[in-house]
Design a protein around this ligand. Structure first.
Ligand code: TYM
Length: 329
């Protein structure tokens, strides 16, 4: 069975973008792949997090993993910091990375372009080699991610190849798995930007635990255009195309078929259906989330997940340390 690894960094509440671009796909893959999914809590603190809030977001994220359909009998779910090998291999991968390549990471550039140097942590800069370690520890064949993380997986491939060339074959070189539809859900208030939890105005982002009416209102208020016909054209109709991607990903109906159904009809009617589809999905997730959070099962799931992950990670790290010469026996 091919192996897959992925993670989410809950620096805020999980969004519809996280769900469509990543989480939903993890659920689909868990039957056919050996899947390791973790909560990237070490990545969270590359930017200051208020501890109480972070703790809540981490717990919520695990609850949402389960509510969205991840099954601990089928996949391994754990907290990144519970498996110490992540931080250790993260350091070794940092030592394999060059300043130049880390400087070219789009996400780092975007996150730091308006910040002053003294406010940018070194952790934010070496975030990609830690991500590489997350993946390489498990010899993952595939890494299911949204579009914005593809570059980091490509760096991971470079680091794996560099290591293999320098020290002999050690790591599987992983491939990013980016879905054709829904890999980049855009902000509802500004469809030129990615839907993101760190968005300043809250209007463009739907959260998985958001009040259903508030989520519907955001869809109804989504920025569209003056073309007045439902059409999939990301350049000229980015807002409508985004809504089409959301609807198609959640309902499974191909975009073409939705477009045909809405021929000659206005945006109002279309948005209403998108809002209903989103509301239905969120209601299902939230009901399951409430059951899970009151069942007290999370701690045990994480404990077992960390043990399973550790067994693999431990062996891999040992091997790497031996090859590098830092492990002397
Ligand atoms: P993060 O937490 O920013 O996002 C988690 C996953 O959600 C996807 N995503 C989106 N997909 C579509 N549309 C959007 N608007 C959208 N926003 C987010 C992301 O592409 C991602 O797949 N560095 C990672 C976490 C991480 C990781 C890893 C992932 C740490 N180690 C190892 C894979 C493998 C991150 O910050 O994702």
């Amino acid at each position: 069975m091919k192996r897959m690894v992925s993670g989410i960094k809950p620096t805020g509440e999980l969004t519809l973008g996280n769900y469509i671009g990543a989480l939903r796909n993890f659920v689909k893959y868990q039957d056919d792949y050996e899947l390791y999914v973790f909560i990237a809590n070490l990545h969270c603190v590359t930017v200051y997090q208020e501890p109480k809030e972070l703790r809540k977001n981490l717990k919520d994220a695990i609850g949402l993993y389960l509510a969205c359909g991840l099954d601990p009998q089928k996949c391994t779910i754990f907290l990144q910091s519970d498996v110490y090998e992540h931080a250790q291999l993260g350091w070794l991968m940092t030592c394999m990375s060059y300043m130049g390549e880390l400087n070219r990471m789009t996400q780092f550039k975007e996150k730091t372009q308006n910040a002053k140097d003294e406010n940018i942590t070194a952790g934010l800069f070496v975030y990609p080699p830690l991500m590489a370690a997350d993946i390489l520890l498990y010899d993952a064949d595939y890494v299911p991610v949204g579009e914005d993380q593809k570059q980091h997986v490509e760096l991971t491939r470079d680091l794996a190849q560099r290591f293999n060339n320098r020290y002999s074959e050690t790591f599987v070189v992983p491939e990013p798995l980016v879905a054709k539809v829904g890999a980049r859900i855009m902000s509802l208030s500004d469809p030129s930007k990615k839907m993101s939890k760190s968005e300043e105005s809250n209007k463009g982002c739907i959260y998985l635990l958001e009040d259903i009416n508030s989520a519907k209102k955001k869809i109804m208020g989504a920025v569209t255009d003056m073309c007045a016909h439902v059409n999939y054209d990301k350049i000229n109709q980015p807002g409508v195309s985004n809504l089409l991607e959301i609807m198609s990903s959640l309902s499974g109906e191909p975009i073409d078929s939705i477009v045909t159904r809405y021929e000659g009809k206005g945006y109002g009617e279309f948005k209403k259906e998108v809002a209903e589809v989103v509301a239905k999905e969120l209601t299902m997730i939230q009901n399951r989330y409430n059951e899970i959070m009151s069942s007290g099962q999370i701690e045990q799931i994480l404990k077992e997940g960390a043990e399973r992950a550790h067994r693999i990670a431990f062996r891999k790290l040992k091997k790497v340390q031996k090859k590098m010469g830092i492990d002397i026996f």
